[in-house]
Design a protein around this ligand. Structure first.
Ligand SMILES: C[S@@+](CC[C@H](N)C(=O)[O-])C[C@H]1O[C@@H](n2cnc3c(N)ncnc32)[C@H](O)[C@@H]1O
Length: 281
């Protein structure tokens, strides 16, 4: 026996997700997961009726979302750039904000050797590797499960020009020079109230929190990066919307030149970059 049409189920689901700021999209993604279909299906089959079993499955997923669990963790994947990325509670769910680093990379660089520090699901490394098939990309994460997940995502997206390793920042990075080093490291202060809100409640602290007001990992990366950059190389680091001045100061103290902070699509400071200085020895 059938119950509701797809359109009715999405409307109902969205009405239940009062705490989500993407309620309709969330309901659509949960429904598509049950149906094992892509988004177009919803538009072409909106009058199709769900079976009772499908409806039951949908309401179970909806309940998890109502409790606050991120959609990506419920359905096991998300989109980043043009990739499908498997996610797990071992690391961060890739964010749209991080795509602003990719936008900048494709507009300004043609990198040959790229290093991604704190790769998590592999999002930045795999997107860069796919954009530049001739480039050689190294990606590291300190969490073993994240390394395994990034390797799985490389296979899933058929990306072969990437080497994924377990390393505490630069500790086990092969001793060679990169013309682009990217990183979205943990940068949230342990006392930040945002840690108690939304999706981040479900994500591991190892991916989010850094000491020294969220800046400790950025300091570690900046302090060592010049030894791994080519003489025209660039380091790009994602950070919080209010950390731009602090991060520029860290880049400056670490000896970088041509330091700039750039914004995301919402106009908030999102990442800072700096270049290998001529005077560095
Ligand atoms: C904010 S998440 C970013 C994940 C991914 N790059 C992205 O943009 O979606 C930070 C990542 O840094 C990793 N990480 C934390 N400390 C690290 C360390 N000491 N060395 C290497 N990776 C580290 C975490 O495990 C996590 O996967």
């Amino acid at each position: 026996m059938s119950v509701f049409s797809l359109r009715e189920v999405v409307t109902y689901g969205a009405s239940q997700l009062t705490e989500s700021d993407s309620a309709k999209l969330d309901a659509e993604l949960l429904l598509l997961h049950v149906l094992k279909q892509t988004r177009t299906f919803l538009f072409t089959h909106s009058d199709t009726e769900l079976s009772q079993e499908q409806y039951l499955q949908f309401t179970q997923l909806l309940e998890r979302r109502k409790q606050g669990e991120p959609v990506a963790y419920i359905i096991g994947q998300t989109g980043f750039w043009d990739l499908t990325i498997k996610v797990s509670p071992a690391t961060l769910i890739p964010r749209g904000d991080t795509e602003s680093l990719m936008d900048y990379i494709v507009e300004h660089f043609n990198p040959k050797n790229v290093l991604d520090l704190g790769t998590g699901t592999g999002a930045l490394a795999l997107a860069t590797a796919k954009e530049y098939p001739q480039a050689s990309v190294v990606a590291v994460d300190v969490i073993e499960e994240a390394v395994a997940l990034a390797k799985e995502n490389a296979k899933l997206n058929k990306v072969t020009n990437v080497e994924i390793l377990q390393s505490d920042w630069f500790a086990l990075v092969p001793k060679r020079r990169f013309d682009l080093i990217v990183s979205n490291p943990p940068y949230i202060d342990a006392n930040d109230h945002h840690l108690g809100e939304g999706d981040v409640r479900y994500e591991p602290k190892s991916a989010l929190v850094a000491e020294r007001h969220g800046l400790a990992d950025i300091e570690k990366i900046c302090n060592q990066a010049l030894s791994f950059l080519t003489e025209d190389g660039c380091l790009m680091v994602e950070h919080g919307y209010d950390q731009g001045p602090h991060v520029r100061a860290i880049f400056s103290q670490s000896g970088f030149s041509n330091i700039e902070t750039h914004q995301d699509l919402a106009g908030r400071d999102r990442f800072t970059l700096g270049y290998y200085p001529f005077s560095f020895v």
